[in-house]
Design a binder for this molecule. Structure first.
Ligand code: 3PG
Length: 209
């Protein structure tokens, strides 16, 4: 199942990290992302309404592979699963969340930013990891990690924009990048979903993998 998620992410190239604040916005955002050619979305579990927003996406947009991000504990992972999350992303390596997701056969992409954390993940059999915060270390760190961990693939997130996206996607050990830049809260709050669609399209047009 992890292989399938990695395949979808690789095809997607970019994964919008989104924080809609209610069901109406989630619905409009789901449509805007699909219109913009996006294949995935990561809903950050940072607000009270995040679970219902994720449910709107998983229930109404089967073509968008939607999951939960910023999962900090097992309770949130359980909630994400009940909302139909197709994957779980964590900011750091959290063994409890990882164990829960593995038990539930729910694909999990734990955050790492050191070799030590890469090895914690490898011990759990995971070789597709979020590299966070990506801009701390950047592409130089990913190149260095590709030496000892040549069989590990990463999803850099944190500071990715249209300006540096291609420098990450050019790396063999990068499947996709996560970015809130595609659908920032500022545009969601302004109701400017057309701008979000345009941003997604522009990003896909200019990105190369
Ligand atoms: C995350 O939530 O994973 C990151 O904070 C997103 O980072 P960005 O806002 O720099 O894209």
């Amino acid at each position: 199942m992890m292989e399938r998620i990695q395949e979808i992410f690789r095809k997607a190239r970019v994964v919008p990290v989104i924080s809609p604040e209610g069901q109406a916005d989630a619905r409009k955002l789901g449509q805007a992302l699909i219109d913009g050619g996006m294949l995935c979305a990561e809903v950050t579990f940072r607000s009270q309404t995040a679970p219902e927003c994720l449910s709107v996406l998983t229930g109404n947009f089967p073509g968008l592979c939607s999951g939960a991000g910023t999962i900090l504990n097992v309770e949130q992972a359980r909630l994400a699963k009940s909302c139909g999350a197709r994957f779980v992303v964590t900011p750091a390596f959290n063994a409890r969340v990882v164990d829960y997701c593995l038990e539930q056969e729910l694909p999990v992409i734990p955050g790492i930013c050191t070799p030590y954390e890469v090895e914690l993940a490898l011990r759990k059999g995971l070789d597709f990891l979020k590299f966070f915060p990506a801009q701390v270390g950047g592409t130089a760190m990913l190149k260095a990690l590709s030496g000892p961990y040549r069989f590990v693939t990463f999803m850099p997130t944190g500071g990715i924009t249209v300006d540096n996206l291609n420098s990450y996607l050019a790396l063999e050990n990068v499947a996709a990048c996560g970015a809130s830049w595609l659908a920032p809260s500022k545009l969601i709050e302004a109701g400017d979903f057309d701008a979000i669609t345009a941003r997604c399209r522009q990003t896909l047009e200019t990105s190369e993998k």
